[in-house]
Design a protein around this ligand. Structure first.
Ligand code: XMP
Length: 320
């Protein structure tokens, strides 16, 4: 049973000091590695690890080919300004090979998990001589996984999986006793820039969570471009989260006077407080029209654009 530190109990400075000591105790005089995705949780862990271990922590950005446009550069620059060196590791081939031919959502998650922890990290850890991986699992990840709602990719011990046995290294989880609000407060106290906390949520399986059916480099590129349009068009709305989904089915359209059996993009834009329940934002029709115009113009092969008007539940925020 993990003992929660509630928002009322949390004193960021004390929490930071305790976690630094905990990381130092776990890693000893050895080395550790952590993967930085650029999200709030992994960014906070990076700063904690950096403070605890300095150059004995190697921070990597895994380029899995599934991230949004410009992410590796954005993350590297942001941390460069904070004095933390981030190494970008190109692992695109490993991920796309593992995802090839996989259409089932849970199998997709599993392929990503295994590639990340076993293959990519296994190799990095072996090469670097690190014995510990620092990771930003938060209490909500554990709750949702244990409740069987959605398997979060970063939860092992609570499912009876021993990372040492399964992957050959230990996992240290400094954020395990707090939730998102707490992580944000700790991040601010660590001096992370405000833009980081203002970003909308983004899922661990990245754009693979937004491709229905098989994940290929080409299909990811389609959803990546669509995501860029949706984020650009909807960023001023104040909505909780907005995203683009690529459907598996093609539909008949026409282009240049000819039949074009094309792609369908579904746009979702959610009002929500904690992502547990959500309802579609009542976007003005003009905004939807502008979205359709840009998606049709900027994303090759798209002939249909729809807006999701279902609530969560029974929908979920992501599609996979
Ligand atoms: P769902 O799709 O479960 O998403 O309604 C709830 C929130 O969690 C974010 N998120 C994830 N969703 N797999 C998911 O399906 C993940 O690994 C994951 N990580 C984060 C999602 O974007 C939404 O805000």
């Amino acid at each position: 049973m993990i003992q929660e530190i509630t928002n009322q109990q949390l004193v960021p400075e004390t929490f930071i000091q305790e976690r630094i000591e905990e990381i130092r105790a776990a890693v000893g005089d050895g080395r550790a590695i952590n993967a930085l995705s650029g999200g709030v949780d992994s960014s906070v862990v990076t700063m904690l690890g950096h403070r605890a271990l300095g150059p004995r922590l190697r921070t990597v950005f895994i380029e899995n080919g599934l991230m949004r446009e410009g992410e590796p550069e954005r993350v590297r620059d942001m941390f460069g300004r904070l004095g933390v060196e981030v190494e970008v590791v190109d692992a695109r081939e490993a991920f796309f090979t593992a995802l090839s031919g996989v259409a089932d959502p849970e199998e997709k998650r599993e392929a990503i998990t295994q590639t990340f922890y076993r293959e990519v990290f296994g190799r990095l850890v072996r090469e670097s001589g690190a014995r510990h991986l620092l990771q930003g699992t938060i209490l909500t990840d554990v709750d949702e996984t244990v409740a069987g709602i959605k398997r979060q990719h970063n939860v092992f011990e609570q499912l009876g999986i021993d990372p040492q046995e399964a992957f050959g290294y230990r996992i240290v989880e400094p954020l395990l006793r707090i939730r998102k609000d707490g992580v944000r407060r700790v991040g601010r106290a660590l001096g992370l820039p405000p833009e980081l906390f203002e970003r909308i949520p983004f899922p661990g399986p990245a754009l693979a969570a937004r491709v229905i059916g098989e994940v290929t480099p080409e299909r990811i590129e389609t959803v990546r471009r669509a995501t860029a349009v949706v984020e650009r068009r909807l960023q001023g709305t104040g909505a909780f989260q907005y995203l683009a989904i690529l459907h598996a089915d093609r539909v008949t359209g026409m282009r240049d006077g000819k039949r074009d059996f094309g792609r369908q993009i579904e746009v979702r834009c959610w009002d929500s407080v904690d992502a547990r329940t959500a309802s579609p934002t009542k976007l003005p029709f003009e905004t939807l029209e502008a979205l359709a115009r840009d998606l049709l113009a900027e994303v090759p092969g798209v002939v249909s654009v729809t807006y999701n008007i279902a609530t969560k539940p029974p929908s979920t925020i992501e599609a996979v």
